[in-house]
Design a protein around this ligand. Sequence first.
Ligand code: PMP
Length: 440
Amino acid sequence: MIYHDKPPTLEDNRVDQPETYPSLRPPAAREINNRPVRRKAPASPPPCALLAKARNFKTANQLRALGLYPYFRTISSAQDTEVIIEGKKVLMLGSNSYLGLTNHPQIKAAAQAAVEKYGTGCAGSRFLNGTLDIHLELEAALAKLVNKEAVLLYSTGFQVNLGVISALVGKGEYVLGDKSDHASIVEGCLLSQGKFLRFAHKDMAALESRLRKIEPEAGKLIVVDGVFSMEGDIIPLPDLCRIAGEYGAAVMVDDAHAIGVLGKHGAGTASHFGLTDQVHLIMGTFSKSLASLGGFIGADAETIDFLKHHSRPLIFSASMSPANAAAVLAALRIMAEEPERSAQLWRNTRRMKQGLRDLGFDLGDSETPILPVYCRDLMVAFKVCKRLQEEGLFVNPVVSPAVAPGQELIRISLMATHTDAQVDFALDKLGKVGKELGLI
Ligand code: PMP
C-alpha cells in the first residue's frame, strides 16, 4: 500500500535525537501525567492516481540523504541578526528584515496592545465584517509614505500581486513582465484573463518591441520588481516609464524589497528615481522591512475603489490580523524617526560587498542589500549553503525556478542591525568555504 511507506521527515529526526534537537515546547499533557504516549498510525484513505506524483517525488529525499537539504530549517528564536537552529547560534544572512525591526520592543508592544484591544483575528474579509479602524489608519500612513491618493491592504504580499493584476487585466488586454519578476507577479499574470508577455531581464528594447506589436488601443499593464528579489539589481525605471508613456501602458512596481531600503524615507523605487507621478501602482509587503505580514497596493482613489469591489483575493480572504497591522504602523513610525537605520543598512551593505569583491566572488549586478554570490551550479550552491551553516552562517541557496538553470546563487542579505564584527566574521567564513568549494 503506497500510503504505508512514509519517508523519514525532519520531524522524525528531531524526535529521534533529542540531545541535538532540544525541543522548547512543553511536554504534552499525557507525558506530564507519566502515561506512555501511544499514537495510532492514521488510517490510510484508498489509493488514488492523483497522488502518485507525491509518491514519485524523490528529489527532496535524495538531498536529505546527502545531508544537503537546505529548506524548512527550523528556527527556535526571534528573526534577528543571530538565530538559533538545532540548538546552535548562527549568524543570519538570509533575512528580509532589512531594517532589523522584527524583534523591536516597541513593535512587539504595539502588536500586543492590538491583541488586547481587538483580539487575535478579524474573522472575515475587509469587504464584510473584517475592516478595523486600525486598517484605515495603516492605509492612510502608507498612502502618505508612497505619495499615492489611496492604499488598500491585503493579507499577504503574494495576494496583492494575485489580486491586483487579475482584477485589472481583462480579456483582450495585455500584461507585460520582466523575466526575473517574482513568482507572485507571474501567478497574478497567469490568473488574469489577458495575454501575458515576458521580456528579457531589464531589457527595455525587448519591452518596447513587445509593446510595438500590440494594438495601440488595447489596455496594457507593465509589472516589474523595483528591486529584484534574488539578483538585488534595480529596474531601470526612467526608461521603462518613458516607454510606457509612449505606448499608453500602465506601470506597476513591486517594491517588496525597496520599501525601507530605497527612496525618500524608504518610500521605494519610484521615489528613488523621482518618478512617483509616472508609476500608476506601487505594491509593497510587510514581511520584509516592516516586520510583519501582509501587503498593500497604492494608486489613485478610483483604481483602489475598483479593486475593493473586483479583487477576489481581497474580497474572499480574511483581512490582516490586528497584531500584524499594529506592528506595521509601529514599524513605519520607527522608520520615519530613525533614518540612521537605513544609513546603517547601506554602510553594512558596502562593507560586505567590498569584502566579497576583494575575496573574488562574482556578485552580478547587485545594487542593494541583496548580494547574490553566483555559484552557477546546483550542487555547489547546496554544498556552500551546508558548509556555511556548519561554519555558523545562515544563507539561502537560490536555484531554478527562482533563477534560470545555470544561474544558481547564494543569496546574502544585510540588515541594519548587523555589526561590523558580524560582517567581518561572515567574510572570513565565506572566504574559507568559497576557497574550499572552488568559487574563488
Ligand atoms: N513580491 C516580491 C518581489 C517578493 O520577494 C515577495 C516575497 N518573497 C512577495 C512579493 C510576496 O510577499 P509576501 O511574502 O508578503 O507574501
